[in-house]
Design a protein. Structure first.
Length: 115
């Protein structure tokens, strides 16, 4: 089993920054993909950014140039640095880990951007 614990969400003014962290524990495979998704109430969960143990990173178009994903493979931790936040970024952000055919989610952390 795998557990994901997120931290770093909160309230920030437009133009501000936040850094999310997610620590994974349990049966972590050497090869995996960790990342972040977000969801607004009533809408589908959407990809923000993902990063593989091999170093490949993918970003949603809205995240490119503003958000940076990074990870510490030794600590099984993934980070999301979010800059130039705007009210459209308000959502619950979920950490995700995929290994083999299994997928795990964190409990989510609220990010609210005020105008």
């Amino acid at each position: 089993q795998v557990q994901l614990v997120e931290s770093g969400g909160g309230l920030v003014q437009a133009g501000g920054s936040l850094r999310l962290s997610c620590a994974a524990s349990g049966s972590i495979e050497r090869v995996n993909t960790m990342g972040w998704y977000r969801q607004v109430l009533g809408k589908q969960r959407e990809l923000v950014a993902i990063s593989t143990t091999g170093g490949t990173k993918n970003y949603a178009d809205f995240a490119k140039g503003r958000f940076t994903i990074s990870r510490d493979n030794a600590e099984n931790t993934v980070y999301l640095q979010m800059n130039s936040l705007n009210p459209g970024d308000t959502a619950v952000y979920y950490c995700n880990l995929r290994q083999w055919v299994a997928m795990y989610w964190g409990q989510g952390t609220q990010v609210t951007v005020s105008s």
